[in-house]
Design a protein around this ligand. Structure first.
Ligand code: 0A1
Ligand code: ZN
Length: 871
C-alpha cells in the first residue's frame, strides 16, 4: 500500500503565475545518454509580491544556475526532485541554467526521448519539465529560439517556427537555429533530430502566401506520406472556408515516430505523429487507417488556432482546445465523407467509450474540477463529449451565430490563454442568449436519461410530446441540475414519408425542442394523422433516450426515415431489444425474422450509400449491449448476439453473396470515401456470411484473403477466416505474419486481430503472444494492439469466468507502470466497469483493481484511476 495519499490539484486553487517568462533561448547538445540543455529565460515578476521563483524540473541533473550572469551559490537556490526554487529574485532578470538529461533511458516517452534511434519530444501536458527548469503551465507564453547541435548522423535538426541558421561544426557535427515568432506555452515546444526522409509540397493560402509543407518519415517511407499530405492540404483549405482561419508560419512540418503514447501532437509548426496515424499505402493500411489519418491530420492542424494561437489557462480547461478541435475535425470529416455516415461513426465511438466512462466510477465532467495526474484526463469525456457540447451549442444558437461567436473568440483571445467561461461568453454575447444554464454541461458528469412520450389527438389534429430528463449521481455529484437539451424532432406518416406540422403557428418539417427543465411538454398542431415520431435526429444531444414508440414505428423508420442517423438508429434499437430478450432467455423468434426481413429491404435501397449499408449490417457491439442491461453477463450477450447474426446471415445469404460478387473492386485502389464505402459493404457482407460457417464460406473467405490487393480486403478475409477458425485460418495467419514481419504497423494488426478472436481458445493464444519475439511492451502501439484490443474489444474472452483475462490485464498494467505510467494508466479503464457486471465477475475484476492499488511503487497515474475505480 502507498504510504501517503497523493494530493489532488484543484481548479478552485488556480492563481495567475507569480513570474512571467517572455523569451526562451535553448541550446541542445544532443547525445543519447548525456544531452546538455542550456536555457536562458527572460523573466519578470507578475504583480507586486515577494514570492519565490519556483520552476518545475524533473529527472534533471543540475549543472549550473545563474542570474544575470552570476552563478548562484547553493544557499541561493534549492533543487529537489520536482522544483528549482529561488527565494529572492530581482523584479526582472535573465536566468541561465544548464542541465543534463538521459533521453535514451526515457521509456516513459514524455520530455525528450529516443525512438528508432532519433531524438523526439512530447511535452503535453507536463513533459517540458523533464527537459529544463521552467514554469510548466499553459498560461506562461514565451517566444522561443532553439539551437540544436548534434553529430551529423542525426541528419535533420528540427524545432518549432522558422529555420534561421544552419551549418557545420568541427568534429563531424552540425547545428540549426529555429525561431518561433508566436508566443506559446512550453507544452507546444518540440524538437526532432535524426535520419528522416522528407516529402515536400506547398500550398497557397487565401491571402496568397505560399506555405512550405514537409512531412518527415523513416527512410524509404516518403511515399507512404502522400495521403497525409493530401489530407493536410484539404484541412488547410477547409479551415479557411469553414472558419476563416489561415495558417500563420511560412513552414508547416509533421514528423512520424514509432514510439508514442497517444495519437499525435499539435506542437506549433512541428506536429509529431504516431506513425500509425500518418503512414499509409494500399498494401499496408486499411480504409479505416486512411480515415483516421485524414481526421487526425486535420485535428492536429486545426489546433493551430484552437489550441496554439489560443490556448488553455490551466489544464482544467483542456476541453477548450480538445472538445472544440474534435468538433472541428468531425465537421471536416463529415464534409469529406458524408454527414450521416460520419455522424453514425462518431456516435458509435461516443457510446462505446464515453458512455461507458460516464456511467462508471471514472465519470468526470467535461471540465473536471480536480485531478492527480492531468495525463489521465485525455479522455473520451473531454474529447468526444466536449465536442458534443459544442455541437449542441451550435444547434441551440444556429450555425450563423455559432460562426459569429467563433469569430469573436478568435478575435478576442488570439495570443492568449483562456477559459471555457470566456469561450461561452462569446456565444452569449453574439446571440444575446443567457447561456448560464448551458454551462452545466461542462460542470456535470453523467449521461442524461431522456424519456419521450407522445399522444396524438385525432380530433384536434395535435401531437403532444412529453419530455423528461434524469441524470444519475456520479462520483462527487449526488444531485444534478437539469441540462438544456436540444432534441431535433420530425414526424413521419405510416409509409415513412415526412409529415409536415405547425409549431407556434409556423409550418415546418422539423423542429428543435429544447428541454430546459426536468420536464417539458410541447404541442405540435396541424398533424394530419397519427405520426411516427423521429426524435433526437442526428443524435442532437449526448443522452440515452427511451421512448414509447412501438416496434412498428421503428420499422417505419428503418425503412425510410429521411434522417439517416435515425434510420440506422431504428435498426440498432430493434436489434438491441431482440438480443437482450434472447440473452434474458426470452428469444422473440418472430421479431428476429421480421428484423432480418427489414434489414433485407433496407439493403435493397438502390439510393443508399454503400458505407451506410455497411453500418446497417452491423449489430450493436457487445459493449454497447452490456451498457444497456445490467448486471451484464458478457457470455450471454455474446451468445445472443451471435444467434441474431446467424439468423441475419441465413436470411440474407443470397443478398450477401450477391453483394460480395457485385462489389468486387476493379482497377486501381483509391482511398476516397465512395471506394472505401464499397469495400466496407463487401467486407461486411463477408463478415456476416462467416457467422454461418460452412465449407463454402470458408473457401470464399480464403479466396477473399488470398486475392486481396489491399490491406482492407486482406484483413476482411482474415477476420472472416478467424470466425470460422480451423486450418484455413491458422494457415492464413502464418502467411500474414511471414509476409509482413518487417512492417511494424502491419504486425500490430496481426496482434490486434488475434486479440479480438472470440473463440474459446483465444485467451490462451493471447497469453502466449506476450512471449512472441515480436511482442514489445515498450512500444505503445504493440502493447495496445494486444492488450487494449483484448480487454476492450473481446468481452467474451476478457470476462472469462476464471478471472484469467482480468489477471492478464493487471499483470500488464503493473509491468508497464514500471517504465511508462501514462500508457499503463490508459489500460485501467476496462476494469473500471466492475459494478456493471454479474456479482461473480465484478468481484474478480475488483480483486485485480485491489491488487493494482496495493502494488508497491505504483505511479500516481495508475493509482489515481485504479483507486477511483474502486471508490
Ligand atoms: N493534444 C494532443 C493529444 C496528446 C496529449 C498528450 C500526449 O502525450 C502525453 C500526446 C498527445 C491531441 O489532442 O492530439
Ligand atoms: Zn487534440
Amino acid at each position: 500500500m502507498r504510504t501517503e495519499t497523493p494530493q489532488p490539484i484543484r481548479l478552485s486553487d488556480y492563481r495567475p503565475p507569480a513570474y512571467l517568462i517572455d523569451t526562451v533561448h535553448l541550446t541542445f547538445d544532443l547525445a543519447p545518454n548525456t544531452t546538455r540543455v542550456k536555457a536562458r529565460l527572460t523573466i519578470r515578476r507578475n504583480g507586486d509580491h515577494a514570492e519565490p521563483l519556483v520552476l518545475n524540473g524533473e529527472k534533471l541533473k543540475p549543472i549550473s544556475v545563474a542570474i544575470d550572469g552570476r552563478e548562484l551559490a547553493e544557499a541561493e537556490r534549492t533543487i529537489d526532485a520536482e522544483v528549482l526554487t529561488i527565494p529572492n529574485p530581482p523584479a526582472a532578470f535573465e536566468l541561465a541554467t544548464e542541465v543534463e538529461i538521459d533521453p535514451e533511458n526515457n521509456k516513459a516517452l514524455d520530455g525528450l526521448y529516443m525512438s528508432g534511434g532519433r531524438f523526439c519530444t512530447q511535452c503535453e501536458a507536463e513533459g517540458f519539465r523533464k527537459i529544463t527548469w521552467f514554469a510548466d503551465r499553459p498560461d506562461v507564453l514565451a517566444r522561443y529560439t532553439v539551437r540544436i547541435e548534434a553529430p551529423k548522423s542525426f541528419q535533420r535538426l528540427l524545432s518549432n517556427g522558422n529555420l534561421m541558421e544552419a551549418g557545420d561544426l568541427p568534429g563531424g557535427r552540425h547545428f540549426a537555429v529555429w525561431n518561433d515568432p508566436f508566443p506559446k506555452p512550453c507544452y507546444l515546444f518540440a524538437l526532432v533530430a535524426g535520419e528522416l526522409d522528407e516529402l515536400v509540397d506547398s500550398l497557397v493560402t487565401m491571402s496568397g502566401r505560399t506555405i512550405d509543407l514537409r512531412i518527415y518519415v523513416d527512410p524509404g517511407m516518403a511515399d507512404r506520406a502522400t495521403y497525409a499530405m493530401d489530407a493536410l492540404k484539404r484541412s488547410m483549405k477547409w479551415d479557411e472556408e469553414a472558419f476563416g482561419r489561415e495558417y500563420d508560419l511560412d513552414l508547416f512540418m509533421i514528423v512520424a515516430v514509432r514510439d508514442f503514447n497517444f495519437g499525435a501532437m499539435e506542437n506549433k509548426g512541428l506536429n509529431i505523429f504516431n506513425a500509425s496515424l500518418l503512414l499509409a499505402d494500399p498494401a499496408t493500411a486499411t480504409d479505416l487507417d486512411y480515415e483516421r489519418i485524414e481526421s487526425v491530420v486535420a485535428h492536429e492542424y486545426f489546433h493551430n488556432w484552437t489550441g496554439d494561437r489560443i490556448t488553455c489557462r490551466d489544464w482544467f480547461q483542456l476541453c477548450l482546445k480538445e472538445g472544440l478541435t474534435v468538433f472541428r475535425d468531425q465537421s471536416f470529416s463529415a464534409d469529406m465523407r458524408g454527414e450521416a455516415v460520419q455522424r453514425i461513426k462518431d456516435v458509435k465511438a461516443l457510446r462505446a467509450r464515453q458512455f461507458a466512462e460516464d456511467q462508471g466510477p471514472l465519470a468526470h465532467p467535461v471540465r473536471p474540477s480536480s485531478y492527480l495526474k492531468i495525463d489521465n484526463f485525455y479522455t473520451a469525456t473531454i474529447y468526444e463529449k466536449g465536442a458534443e457540447v459544442i455541437r449542441m451549442l451550435r444547434t441551440l444558437i444556429g450555425p450563423e451565430l455559432f460562426r459569429k461567436g467563433m469569430d469573436l473568440y478568435f478575435d478576442r483571445w488570439d495570443g492568449h490563454a483562456t477559459t471555457v467561461e470566456e469561450f461561452i461568453r462569446c456565444f452569449a454575447e453574439v446571440s444575446g442568449q443567457d447561456l448560464s444554464d448551458f454551462f452545466a454541461w461542462y460542470e456535470q458528469a453523467g449521461t442524461p436519461r431522456l424519456d419521450l412520450k407522445h399522444a396524438y389527438d385525432a380530433a384536434a389534429r395535435t401531437l403532444t410530446l412529453e419530455l423528461s430528463q434524469k441524470i444519475d449521481p456520479t462520483p462527487g455529484q449526488p444531485d444534478k441540475r437539469p441540462l438544456p437539451t436540444p432534441v431535433r424532432v420530425g414526424l413521419l406518416d405510416a409509409e415513412g414519408r415526412t409529415l409536415a406540422f405547425q409549431r407556434d403557428g409556423q409550418a415546418m418539417d422539423e423542429t428543435v425542442v429544447v428541454l430546459k427543465d426536468a420536464k417539458a411538454s410541447v404541442t405540435l398542431t396541424d398533424v394530419d394523422q397519427a405520426p411516427v415520431v423521429s426524435a433526437l435526429r442526428g443524435f442532437s444531444a449526448p443522452v440515452v433516450m427511451t421512448t414509447d414508440a412501438a416496434p412498428k414505428d421503428r420499422y417505419v423508420q428503418l425503412a425510410g426515415d429521411p434522417d439517416l442517423f435515425n434510420r440506422w438508429e431504428a435498426g440498432q434499437d430493434l436489434a438491441r431489444d431482440l438480443i437482450l430478450a434472447r440473452a434474458a432467455g426470452k428469444p422473440d423468434e418472430v421479431g428476429e425474422e421480421r428484423y432480418a426481413h427489414a434489414v433485407q429491404r433496407a439493403l435493397a435501397d438502390q439510393a443508399a450509400d454503400p458505407a451506410f449499408k455497411a453500418l446497417l449490417l452491423a449489430l450493436p457491439s457487445e459493449s454497447d449491449l452490456a451498457l444497456a442491461r445490467q448486471p451484464a453477463d458478457p457470455a450471454a450477450i455474446h451468445a445472443a448476439r451471435d444467434a441474431l447474426r446467424q439468423r441475419l446471415s441465413l436470411h440474407l445469404d443470397e443478398d450477401l453473396k450477391r453483394l460480395h460478387i457485385g462489389l468486387q473492386g476493379l482497377g486501381d485502389f483509391s482511398p476516397d470515401a465512395a471506394s472505401a464505402g464499397r469495400r466496407a459493404l463487401r467486407n461486411a457482407a463477408l463478415d456476416l456470411l462467416a457467422a454461418n460457417p460452412r465449407s463454402e464460406i470458408a473457401e470464399l473467405a480464403d479466396g477473399h484473403y488470398r486475392a486481396a490487393l489491399n490491406m482492407t480486403d486482406a484483413m476482411g478475409g482474415l477476420s472472416a477466416l478467424m470466425q470460422i477458425g480451423g486450418e484455413a485460418f491458422e494457415a492464413a495467419l502464418a502467411d500474414f505474419f511471414d509476409r509482413w514481419k518487417s512492417e511494424p504497423l502491419v504486425i500490430d494488426k496481426w496482434f490486434a486481430l488475434q486479440a479480438r478472436d472470440p473463440a474459446d481458445s483465444a485467451l490462451g493464444r493471447v497469453l502466449g503472444l506476450t512471449a512472441h519475439p515480436a511482442f514489445d511492451q515498450k512500444n505503445p502501439n504493440r502493447l495496445r494492439a494486444l492488450v487494449s484490443t483484448f480487454a476492450g474489444f473481446n468481452p467474451a474472452r476478457f470476462h472469462d469466468p476464471s478471472g484469467a483475462g482480468y489477471r492478464f490485464l493487471a499483470d500488464q498494467i503493473l509491468a508497464v507502470d514500471g517504465f511508462n505510467p501514462m500508457t499503463a494508466a490508459r489500460l485501467v479503464e476496462p476494469l473500471g466497469g466492475w459494478r456493471r457486471y454479474t456479482p461473480e465477475l465484478g468481484a474478480l475484476m475488483k480483486a485485480q483493481l485491489q491488487r493494482i492499488v496495493e502494488a508497491p511503487g505504483l505511479s500516481k497515474n495508475v493509482y489515481e484511476l485504479a483507486s477511483k475505480a474502486l471508490a
